[in-house]
Write a protein that binds this ligand. Structure first.
Ligand code: ADP
Length: 777
């Protein structure tokens, strides 16, 4: 670049709305006669030209005073003649220059100019670097956002390490107003120039951000409008196809109004429902609120307010149905018929609730459905197992998101009649927690004084449950709150014997399964012995649920074989059972080894039936400690201690040394530690095992016993005799010792079991010992 003092002469090119920055290559078209001439002159004289912006872009014939003072000396790189007298020119800016004077104005404006090189402010190198880096960062942000910026310009900017050059480069790429460009050309201090560029960048970025936001908003609006329009059109088409009411909130509300008016509800409830209908008519049809109201009204309208089935209380027919659908269960059937008879004689007598209690799979559910069947009522099953929240019974208030009516109303709705049989399953498995006691809510449901206007939180209007027949089931009545139990008529169902199970399997389970699997008595047969084997070797249960599943599995296999064309029919005999059902799951209970002291067979009752329990006692030299193991509950531990106290008090008679308990430890163990055990009925068994261990006299291995013991040796009665004796028979026991006070219960024991066993009764422990201990030979 020439030094600042030297003036130079060159043609002037007036630019319209354009500024050429030093170092920049730029091409533009030139059409004005004077400009074309200036270019031609320049090409002849050293290829340089003074390019300067005219103040008013619209001025067609600018004079020297019409252009700015500062412009750029540029080298002409290329000139291209285009048709209609236009010239396309490529120039490269060289340096800034100031117009000093005009030397010639015709035919070409020639001017004398002085270069004005960059004038540096004093600034540290570090600051300069920081300023450059900051500006490049801003530039990067701008390039990323600007829709038309090409990423290369950023790369180029990063390459530049001269501060004034960087400012010019960035200024050139930005789309700026002429005045702004001109002011940048006039700024000869490169640092101020770059600072100015930074400010412009910040402003541009901000503008771009706003633009972007506006754009997104507009686009979102557009998409939503299109989508809504599209969905609405679709909805209309679908509704048209279905012949349903249109989109119009008024006509929808009218439809609801008609439905509400038809319902058999009291005036207050109708008013309440009509209020909702009005609310619906006022809300926008697509609002979430309208959705909630619609669901609510649909739920209310769908309830069987007006629908009831006529009761059939023909006892002979009921008896036939019960007989046809169930084997055995004589007592249960009798009780159920009595119940129906009362219903027939006193239909207004309300609040009769049946509670069927028994182990799983003994037919509680199926008895209940026979009752419904016999009465000609609909039935719905409501499982209460695991219900711990009042809202499960009574529902959530409508204001909850996703609120629903509780299980009772849901059951009624499912049943579809105002007077169904509602089976409340597993009331003994119901819990409670901080959210309220479901049992209290259930009490209200079952209370005939209150349930004619049962209020579900969701419905808010009362529903009459007084015509519902409630039947509940439980495995055991213990956990059921007293108040609840008092309202019910308990009917017990007990375990089945193997023979009963065989009959149930043959008469009911198998025919049911055959039908389900598309088989007939011709295509699938199973020998009785094979069913017996299935009962003892593959299932261990009080009921017949597992047995039914095993039979289903056999049917499935057969159906598969027949479908695959392997065979036409299947007959399963005992020997072939393993082939179809897999290996045995259970071994028969092992009898107690003979001649061993310290082991006694007890009989236990569990929720799922009877069990035989071998109690072991061991005497080890020690200091009188009593150790109890085998997962025992508190009551069982206490009864073991009572047994020890009895033995100590009878040490003389038993010929035990007086101080036996100070010199030895006694360890009592109940096998199968994984299973928790509790209850007082193992008392006499523990005592027998201990005496046997202490005296060395073995216990008879064909005898099993049950009974509670007091510290004075009295034997108290126990429960669950039916299940216990069945377990004894299964284990190959011949004799069962029971408390004398339990003798009347023998009448309830199954005849097959009773005939196969011998019973001994005892009222005192001395008699127990006499009957159970063998004399050492
Ligand atoms: P629970 O409700 O007591 O657990 P279920 O009623 O579900 O038992 O009975 C299980 C299956 O056994 C059902 O298929 C049922 O029909 C059948 N069942 C149970 N007891 C009998 C019986 N005495 N006669 C006929 N089928 C029975």
């Amino acid at each position: 670049m020439p030094s600042a003092q030297v003036t130079e002469l060159m043609p002037m090119l007036a630019l319209r709305g354009l500024v050429v920055f030093p170092h920049m290559l730029i091409h533009f078209d030139v059409a004005r006669d004077k400009s074309v001439k200036a270019l031609e002159a320049a090409v002849l004289h050293g290829q340089t030209i003074f390019a300067v912006a005219q103040k008013d872009s619209l001025n067609p014939e600018p004079e020297p005073e019409d252009v700015y003072k500062v412009g750029t000396v540029a080298h002409i790189k290329q000139v291209l003649k285009l048709p209609n007298n236009t010239v396309r020119v490529l120039v490269e800016g060289a340096y800034r220059a100031v117009l000093e004077s005009v030397t010639e104005s015709e035919p070409v404006i020639t001017v004398s100019v002085t270069p004005c090189p960059d004038k540096h402010r004093r600034i540290s190198g570090q600051r300069k670097q920081a300023l450059m880096r900051h500006t490049v960062d801003l530039f990067e942000e701008y390039v990323e956002m600007a829709p038309r910026a090409i990423p290369e310009i950023l790369l180029n900017a990063r390459e530049i390490n001269e501060i004034g050059h960087l400012a010019d480069y960035i200024a050139q790429t930005l789309a700026l107003r002429l005045e702004e460009r001109q002011s940048l050309i006039e700024e000869i201090n490169p640092i101020s120039r770059l600072e100015h560029v930074g400010v412009i960048l910040l402003r541009e970025i901000e503008t771009l951000q706003i633009e972007l936001q506006i754009q997104m908003k507009l686009r979102g609006q557009l998409v939503k409008n299109q989508r809504d329009y599209y969905l609405r059109e679709q909805l209309k088409t679908i509704q048209g196809e279905l012949g349903e009411l249109g989109d119009d909130p008024l006509s929808e509300a009218e439809e609801y109004e008609i439905k509400v008016k038809k319902l058999h509800v009291d005036a207050q409830s109708r008013e309440r429902l009509m209020r909702e209908v009005t609310r619906l008519s006022k809300s926008s049809p697509h609002s979430p609120d309208a959705g909630v109201i619609r669901t609510y009204l649909d739920t209310c309208i769908e309830l069987p307010w007006n629908t009831a089935t006529p009761d059939r209380l023909d006892l002979a027919r009921a008896k036939r149905i019960l007989e046809r659908e169930h084997f055995g269960l004589e007592k249960v059937k009798e009780r159920v018929l009595e119940f129906l008879a009362v219903k027939r004689l006193a239909p207004k007598l309300r609040g009769q609730i049946l509670c069927l209690v028994g182990p799983p799979g003994v037919g509680k559910t199926s008895v209940a459905s026979s009752v419904a069947h016999a009465m000609g009522r609909k039935m719905a099953r409501i499982s209460l197992g695991g219900v711990r929240d009042e809202a499960d019974i009574r529902g959530h208030r409508k204001t909850y998101v996703g609120a629903m009516p509780g299980r009772i109303i849901t059951g009624v709705r499912q049943a579809g009649s105002r007077n169904p049989v509602l089976l409340l399953d597993e009331i003994d498995k119901m819990g409670h927690d901080f959210r309220g006691d479901p049992a209290a809510a259930l009490l209200e449901v079952l209370d005939s004084e209150q349930n004619h206007s049962f209020r579900d939180h969701y419905l808010e209007i009362p529903f009459d449950l007084s015509d519902v027949l409630f039947i509940t089931t439980a495995n055991t009545t213990e956990p059921v709150p007293r108040a609840l139990l008092d309202r019910m008529e308990v009917i017990e169902l007990t375990s089945y014997t193997d023979e009963e199970k065989l009959q149930i399997a043959k008469r009911h389970l198998l025919p049911k399964q055959l039908k389900k699997h598309g088989l007939t008595a011709k295509t699938f047969k199973i020998h009785d012995d094979a069913v017996r084997e299935l009962i003892t070797g593959y299932t261990r249960e009080s009921g017949v649920r597992r047995l039914e599943r095993e039979l289903a599995a056999l049917c499935r296999k057969t159906a598969h074989k027949i479908a695959a064309g392997e065979t036409e029919k299947v007959y399963i005999k005992r020997q072939e059972l393993e082939k179809y059902a897999g290996v045995h799951r259970y071994k028969p209970d092992r009898p107690m080894p003979a001649g061993e002291a310290g082991v006694a067979a007890g009989l236990a009752w569990t929720r799922v039936g009877g069990e035989i329990l071998y109690v072991e006692a061991g005497v080890i030299p020690g200091a009188g400690k009593v150790e109890l193991t085998g997962n025992l509950g508190e009551i069982m531990k206490e009864s073991a201690r009572a047994a020890l106290s009895y033995i100590r008090s009878r040490a003389d008679a038993l010929e035990l040394p007086k101080d036996f308990y100070t010199k030895s430890d006694i360890h009592i163990h109940f096998p199968e530690s994984a299973i928790p055990k509790d209850g007082p009925s193992a008392g006499i068994t523990v005592a027998v095992a201990m005496v046997s261990a202490l005296t060395g006299k073995p216990v008879r291995n064909d005898i099993a016993m049950t009974g509670e013991i007091t510290i004075r040796g009295r034997v108290l009665p126990v429960g669950g005799l039916k299940e216990k004796t069945m377990a004894a028979l299964r284990a190959g026991i011949k004799t069962v010792l029971i408390p004398a006070d339990n003798e009347p219960d023998l009448a309830n024991i199954d005849p097959t079991v009773k005939n196969a066993l011998t019973f001994i009764t005892a009222s005192h422990m001395d008699d127990v010992l006499k009957a159970t201990l063998t004399v050492n030979s």
